[in-house]
Design a protein around this ligand. Structure first.
Ligand code: CU
Length: 276
């Protein structure tokens, strides 16, 4: 992708120098002189054909190359061989923090972001809140308070606790924690949002994608060096690149690339407790 950036940059530089240079030369050559009259000319078909076809070919090549980069980033989970085991991470954006969730040994996420409505017979987690089994049983002046409490305090991720896929998920302490990924393994980052549109961005890896409420996006990248090998500052920045509210500028996170063994021990062994 960096090669593509370089190509676009240098093509743009060359075109800019040619066009601006031509303007300066023509301005000087045809500056005002007393007694000189303007001459009218018709277009030159051959020159016009050339300056249409050349940019068209350049744009065609750039489009084709961009499409390949885009496919590698966005469709890797479907296109790679089955045998390749990626590391999956679910990121839920919310004002103004990133929630980082690992799928556990089964490699699959449970369901999240399920929240109560005032008309619901039962609370989504099957427990009692506000002393009743469902928001429908609450008086009108209390229901908003209880639902807000559920969303912000009781079950902020809206986790569905009885989803079998989610039983082994590593989700506790998800909010604003450091995201850890294994080196030399494709990392699939699944992205969604609890409230507004954010944009999950890893500037060092040239990948970013909006997190949209109600939608699940995914992109893939492969780190090639651990933070231990790189030295200070010992982490990569996670940024939000969508103006998402007053605290947008505080919505930073950290990502650390660790060894494959360390990652497997921490996030892919049963109970997640193999590491001391
Ligand atoms: Cu944000």
């Amino acid at each position: 992708m960096d090669r593509l950036f370089d190509w676009i940059f240098w093509i743009t530089v060359v075109v800019m120098v040619l066009v601006q240079g031509a303007i300066v030369v023509l301005m000087i050559r045809y500056r005002h002189r007393a007694g000189r009259k303007a001459r009218y000319i018709h277009g030159n078909a051959r020159v016009e054909i050339i300056w249409t076809i050349v940019p068209a070919v350049i744009l065609g090549v750039l489009t084709y190359s961009s499409k390949q980069v885009w496919t590698a980033i966005r469709y890797a989970p479907e296109l790679r061989p089955r045998a390749v085991k990626s590391a999956k991470i679910l990121v839920i954006g919310q004002q103004f923090k990133w929630n980082i969730i690992y799928p556990g040994p089964d490699g699959e996420f449970g369901e999240y972001l399920v929240y109560p409505k005032p008309s619901d017979l039962r609370w989504p987690d099957g427990k009692r809140h506000g002393g009743v089994i469902g928001p429908r049983d609450l008086p009108a002046d209390q229901v908003e308070f209880e639902i807000n409490r559920y969303i912000s305090v009781e079950n902020p991720l809206g986790k569905v606790y009885d989803d079998p896929k989610g039983k082994d998920d590593d989700y506790e302490g998800a909010m604003a924690r450091v995201m850890e990924v294994p080196v030399n393994r494709p990392v699939d980052v699944y992205l969604t949002s609890k409230d507004v549109i954010h944009s999950f961005t890893l500037p060092n890896f040239r990948v970013k994608l909006d997190t949209v409420p109600g939608l699940m996006g995914v992109f893939t990248f492969t780190p090639t060096v651990t933070n231990k090998q790189l030295g200070p500052p010992g982490y990569f920045e996670i940024a939000c690149q969508e103006l998402c509210g007053q605290g947008h500028y505080t919505m930073q996170g950290r990502m650390v690339v660790i060894s494959q063994e360390e990652y497997a021990a921490k996030y892919e062994t049963h109970g997640g407790g193999a590491n001391p």
